[in-house]
Ligand binder design. Structure first.
Ligand code: SAH
Length: 252
């Protein structure tokens, strides 16, 4: 049977695959290629293109620099609604969103939302047109609005660079979760459980009594405290049990 942390690890592994990057009416195929590259470096692979102005051409492939697989499986759709139809969390991005106080998130917060949501369903992060971004009607269809807090006097990033920053934060969120799960699972593998410790303390008491060392009740609790403080690992406990066994053998 799978342990709980193995199940959790399995769930985590699908996080990035649940997130799609949607580019709306992109004018330059080079930006599509660069966005694919940005995605692949961060472990994302689902690219949706809403009515791109240029097809995936040589320029796109050249700028994807080896992320051709992302381009090859990119899904081209006719309109915004089609790209997000099966998504239960849609986040729209824009260079000028400061007025949207309540739904505004930065890239890190966006990644946190994605992390929480990915078990519920598909997630779309939508990027706008190079010149005019996303239109109001499209922004209204997004639950959260992501703004990269850039220089207020010059806040518009290149499309693929915005994709890179957002995907980087998604990766950071994913990695930090993975690390946490690894730490928890290694604790489970390393340390003996309470039952194993109790067995060890009982054996200790038994052997030391036979040796005539333990004569009163106060020694074992003291030894228990000592061993607890030492944070004995499983393999160390096995050595101690082996020592007790060797002593017992001699006594027999
Ligand atoms: N003049 C447009 C800029 C478009 S830049 C506008 O004001 O929205 C192309 C796309 O890159 C944007 O639609 C958005 O998806 C992304 N982008 C660029 N700068 C951004 C920023 N500071 N925060 C969030 N997204 C940004």
């Amino acid at each position: 049977m799978l342990k709980w942390y193995e199940i959790l690890r399995g769930i985590m592994l699908v996080m990035l695959s649940k997130i799609r990057i949607v580019l709306v009416e992109t004018s330059h195929s080079g930006n599509i290629g660069s966005a694919a590259r940005a995605m692949k470096t961060m472990g994302l692979s689902q690219l949706y293109l809403v009515s791109p102005k240029q097809a995936i051409d040589e320029q796109a492939v050249a700028l994807s620099a080896g992320a051709e697989d992302v381009l090859n499986k990119a899904i081209v759709v006719n309109n915004f609604d089609e790209a997000i139809a099966d998504c239960s969390l849609v986040i729209g991005t824009s260079a000028r969103l400061r007025h949207l106080q309540t739904t505004l998130v930065n890239p890190k917060e966006c990644a946190e939302k994605a992390l929480i949501h990915h078990q519920e369903g598909q997630i779309a992060i939508v990027f706008g047109r190079e010149r005019v971004g996303l239109i109001n009607d499209e922004l209204l269809k997004c639950r959260y609005h992501l703004h990269i807090p850039a220089n207020p006097e010059y806040s518009s990033l290149n499309l693929a660079m915005a994709v890179q920053l957002v995907c980087y934060e998604l990766r950071m969120a994913y990695l930090s979760q993975k690390k946490e799960i690894k730490q928890i699972s290694s604790i489970e593998n390393t340390y003996p459980d309470a039952r194993e410790l109790t067995y060890f303390f009982n054996q200790t008491e038994k052997v030391y009594q036979r040796l005539g060392f333990i004569k009163n009740q106060s020694v074992i609790p003291k030894l228990q405290r000592l061993y607890q403080r030492a944070e004995i690992e499983k393999n160390e406990l096995n050595i101690l049990l082996g020592m007790l066994k060797a002593v017992e053998k001699r006594l027999d």
